[in-house]
Design a protein around this ligand. Structure first.
Ligand code: NAP
Length: 254
């Protein structure tokens, strides 16, 4: 039986977190660092306050600036992360984008941008990370899915399409890579108060409707995702493969 105090430890491991500079990614990266991991923070902007948190936790933070909407830049992420930090033990595919509006108004450019960041980049980063992890026959990949991996949502058709696919991709990759020692799982956040959901938080009709359905009675906070991320990154979840873990204040059970 594993020692409970060590089961969740990430001491000495390297975690690549996309979109780590703010919102959910920042909450997750901070929790992984608190559990002992060095962080490679990937985003269009430098990691900023996250880097201070990671260093206060006594860990190293490498900040890599890449635009995941550009397929060519996606290819550079894992090689650059491995070069900076020595290896990649954990990948959290968190960076995400959306567009809001009727499906009839979605332009090809909007569709392409959302699918590129939320799905195509995720697949290529999973592939590259798995290749890097393979020689050690150990690794943890955590994709950030959504309630929209289960539900249709309202006025977010490209986002819903991408997150539904992320859920299925997580299961498909787990089927192939579990025998190789790589765990692929997903976290499905509920309604979390971040820049991404600011239009909903400020919508005087949608905000009370959302709150009324959340059994926990409040919007989630980025730090609410930290525990699930540490769990799926740690030895505590070694026999968990292809699971979508909802962290939603009870929304899906309603
Ligand atoms: N908030 C929610 O209620 C909720 C619910 C379910 C799922 N999610 C998912 O959780 C993840 C994080 O969402 P969030 O709410 O924290 O969003 P957010 O506050 O808008 O932050 C988005 C993050 O993604 C990064 N990002 C966006 N486009 C990028 C690009 N082209 N290249 C590189 N990085 C990019 C941003 O970094 P830079 O600005 O530095 O580029 C930022 O760190 C997303 O996958 C989202 O779909 C969120």
């Amino acid at each position: 039986m594993a020692d409970g105090s060590r089961m969740f430890a990430l001491t000495g491991q390297v975690a690549v977190v996309t979109g780590a500079g703010r919102g959910i990614g920042r909450g997750i990266a901070a929790a992984l660092a608190d559990a002992g991991a060095d962080i490679v923070a990937v985003g269009r902007h430098p990691a900023g306050a996250l880097a201070d948190h990671v260093e206060r936790a006594g860990r190293r933070c490498h900040s890599l600036v890449f635009d995941l909407a550009d397929p060519a830049q996606v290819e550079e992420v894992i090689p650059r992360a491995a070069a900076a930090a020595g290896r990649v033990d954990i990948l959290v595919n968190n960076a995400g984008a959306t567009t809001r509006g009727p499906a009839l108004d979605v332009t090809p450019e909007e569709w392409q941008r959302v699918l590129q960041v939320n799905l195509h980049a995720v697949f290529r980063l999973c592939q590259a990370a798995a290749r890097e992890m393979l020689p050690r026959r150990r690794g943890k990949i955590i994709n950030i899915a959504s309630l929209m991996s289960f539900e249709g949502g309202i006025l977010v058709s490209p986002y819903t399409a991408s997150k539904g696919a992320v859920g299925q991709l997580t299961k498909a990759l787990a089927n192939e890579w579990a025998p190789l020692g790589i765990n692929v799982n997903a976290i499905a956040p509920g309604y979390i108060a971040t820049d991404l959901t600011r239009p909903l938080q400020e919508d005087t009709t949608r905000n009370p409707a959302i709150l009324a359905r959340i059994p926990a009675g409040r919007w989630g906070r980025p730090e609410d995702l930290g525990g699930a991320a540490v769990f799926l990154a740690s030895a505590a979840s070694d026999y968990i493969h292809g699971h979508l873990l909802a962290v939603d204040g009870g929304w899906l059970g309603r």
